[in-house]
Design a protein around this ligand. Sequence first.
Ligand SMILES: CCC[C@H](NC(C)=O)C(=O)O
Ligand SMILES: NC(=O)OP(=O)(O)O
Length: 316
Amino acid sequence: MKNYTSVHDVADVAALVNEALEIKKAPFAHKELGAGKTLGLIFLNPSLRTRLSTQKAALNLGMNVMVMNLDKEGWALEIQEGVVMDGTTVEHIKEAAAVMGQYCDILGLRSFPKLQDKEEDYSEDILNKFIKYAGIPILSLESATRHPLQSLADLVTITEKAPAGKRPKVVLTWAPHVKALPQAVPNSFAEWMCKADVDFVITHPEGYELEGSFTDGATIEYDQDKALAEADFVYVKNWSSFQDYGKVLSDGKGWMMTPEKLKVTNDAKVMHCLPVRRGLELSNEILDSPSSIVIEEAGNRVYAAQAVLKQMLESL
Ligand SMILES: CCC[C@H](NC(C)=O)C(=O)O
Ligand SMILES: NC(=O)OP(=O)(O)O
């Protein structure tokens, strides 16, 4: 595996999930593999889980790790090609990415969408320019349209917790929020679930349809209660409209997951990538109940990242 930016970079999804589960049993089994290798983690947006879990995963493999909040600590980046830099930008992505490629063996990048221009965001311009100019393998720490480390951890968790002897029903449900959030997490979750051995349903209000290439193979159900029937896993996440790009179309009244809503499920486990707005996206009652597996889900981020980094190191 050279770059890790989406499920399409994974030759065998089931094997990668199993490798993460094996690593979870013995996290230090490959602690020499990364000796003398450096992982750079570059953030253009905030992070708790991705930063800490990926750093821990690299350290478990014996790597050195350098972390930088480039948006706050670096120079103002110019992304456009061929412009005269006589404005507020100080360093071109061409030099910045190439220099980071000199210092690191693998480079992680977080670059959220601006949610203003659909074509610009969905072109993944920043991610693709890091791939082009860094000259070393790139690991997505969440890009404009996907979050593959989160999605792998989510599938690891579902595999670990699935009811014995049945194909689990997984429901991705939209949840209310007060801000416009990216489609990256649901896009990525949908892509991975459509490649997994699960019955996958997406439920959201009209107008929140995700881009079709991510949901091909999923059942789309606008009636949340119908979607939730007999679910084994309920994945709760807000996202802004793709059609009316970057917009919050409604207050989502009645869409927050509650214990009442869970009654129609098959005693479903509730998941969320975090951070979660308690009382807005997901009720306190659920988050504080045995139905919630959000903390174990976050714990699995380490083993997902470690399985990916192991395969990337083996390809260096
Ligand atoms: C892991 C989630 C990161 C981000 N969340 C927020 C709150 O911006 C999102 O929704 O994509
Ligand atoms: N779920 C996740 O990626 O969390 P952070 O944004 O805190 O890294």
